[in-house]
Structure formats: C-alpha cells, structure tokens
Design a protein around this ligand. Sequence first.
Ligand code: NCD
Ligand code: ZN
Ligand code: ZN
Length: 345
Amino acid sequence: MDSLTLRRPDDWHLHLRDAAMLDAVLPPTAAVFGRAVVMPNLKPPVTTTEQAAAYRERILASLPEGSRFTPLMTAYLTDRTDPDDLAAGHAAGVLTAVKLYPAGATTNSDAGVTSLTRLERVLERLADIGMPLLVHGEVTDHDVDIFDREARFLDEVLEPIVAKFPTLRVVVEHATTAEAVQFVRAHGERVGCTITPQHLLANRNDLLVGGIRPHFYCLPVLKRRKHQVALLEAATSGEAGFFLGTDSAPHPKHAKESDCGCAGCYSAPAALPLYAEAFERAGALEHLETFASLNGPAFYGLPVNEDTVTLVRKSWEVPESVAVDGPASEIVPFWAGQSLRWRVA
Ligand code: NCD
Ligand code: ZN
Ligand code: ZN
C-alpha cells in the first residue's frame, strides 16, 4: 500500500497560542485538519465566552487565504467561573467545551482550579447541558511522584466526579497511562480520551537515556514502555472512546533548551504522519481513520468531515526548526531531524 486516503481528520486538543506564534503555527494544522479544539491556556487565560469569541476572531483572521479550518473554542475554568456564562457561550455556539487545569499542573495553569469542591455548580450545569469537561488529569501535590500524578488524579479526583454527576461528559486529555485507558473503558460512551503522537511513539527512555531531550518533554510526562504499549493498543483498537488530539504545544526553542525547560511538544508540522508512523509500526494502519476522523466527531456530536486527505508512502525528514517572527524567533518541532515514512500528499 503506497497511499492512504482518509476522511479529513480533526485535532481534538491543540495549542495555537496568539499573535506571531499563532501566525507561525496555525498553517500546518489548518492544511490538514478540518477542525481543532483550541486550548485556552493563553497568558492571561481565556476564561469567558467573550474572550473565547475574541480569540476565535484572531484565529480566523490569521488563517491562510481560502482555508476552511474551524477552530472549536474552550473556556479555562477558574475558582470563579460563572456557570451562566458557560451555558450562554455553549448555546450561542461560541464554546464547545470547558477545560479544567488543576492549578500548577502544567504550562499557564496558575489561574486554574484550586479545589473541585468550588466547582460543584459548574459541573452540575455542564452535566445538565451536555457540555464536555476536558481535563488535564494530574494531581499537583508536591509529594506525589510525577510519574504517578495521572493515575492518582483519575482515582482520587475524577472517579468521584463522574460518580457524582452521572450525565457529565468528560475527556481525559493527553492520556499517558494504562490506568487512563482502563478508566475510559470503564465509563462507556460518556468518557472519551485524546492520545498524542509523542505518547504513541515514545516512552521515558526516549526522554532520558543518553542525555535529556527537551523536545520530548511534555506534561503529563512520558511514562514507561508498558504504558506506551497500552496507549498504542487503545488507539489502534477502533474503540469509540479514543481519538486524535495532538496536544501540539509550541514553545520558543530557547525556552525549551534551557536549565528549566518548558513542557510541550510542537507536533503540528508532522502530526498526521507521526500518527501514521505509530499505527504502521503497530500493524494497524487500517484503524487510523477511525481514530483520526470518526471517533472524535461522534463523541462531540458533530458531523464527520466530508472531504478527505491522502497520505503517500514517501520518506521525509521533519525540519530542524520553524521560524517565528519576533522574540520567539524559532521553534523546534517534535521529531526534528528524524524521518517519517508517510507524508501528506
Ligand atoms: C501544554 C502547553 O505548553 O500549553 N504543555 C504540555 O506539556 N502538554 C499544556 C498542556 O496541555 O498541559
Ligand atoms: Zn494538559
Ligand atoms: Zn495541551
């Protein structure tokens, strides 16, 4: 098989940033994906319907001429989120979902939620109106080992929430563990999960053996090989709960190659070929379309894209660097300098 045509995929977890960075990172995503769920962790974060509508306008203004890409907006939950504003934004078609960042869990999460008990009214409303709650699922307690933070969150924080709000729809974002896969399977169709290319293609050895590789560093951090295997098995299973979400998260090169490097892998320039590489290595290319193009729309209650994209088997090398106007100056993509077997036609 030398070419693979699939319905146009969507990216259900994407960071587009703003201003010059937005202009630099939007084109590769818009060229391949029909829609993307855009993360709200800007500085300052996008916390209201009004801010999300304004951010959506900036994204649309930055799109290449003729692009039909649709950004799906999210609001960043804080301790003071107004449930009426979320509901109004959802009803008006501005907000697709809300994003829960435990305060301090990841990049630009300082304004996030400090205690979920403060969020009861919000969760109740989300459950009522069927608006999905997207979660960065990690506990932040200083004493909890970084490799255990996702499993502990699922067990201690998310399990009680799904039990208390039986109609709440949840997406476990950027799943990194066998425990997350099990959690999604245990809760049927109301819990979904995005899986990134880096968690399918790499494990913590790729991050740490032979030297620290900052461009493999993201949160939740890469885990042991057995978790990579569980994620591969889930993504290639065809099961409805698992769908594509790159978590493409650009940072300037100097901010990642630093004594305190930022978390986030910029995968957008090679996103679909990275997934194709992982699926082919797993002998499961025939399930790529289900994961990339069908399961996400079904979870979000949206139509699948009408048109298609074609991948061709033609080996290429991911560029070493991408230029950005202004002080960021350049970004090093995930998989930079390494080759991939498939490219977008
Ligand atoms: C993301 C970012 O840089 O915004 N970083 C990451 O490591 N995944 C934030 C996030 O998705 O947690
Ligand atoms: Zn996250
Ligand atoms: Zn993210």
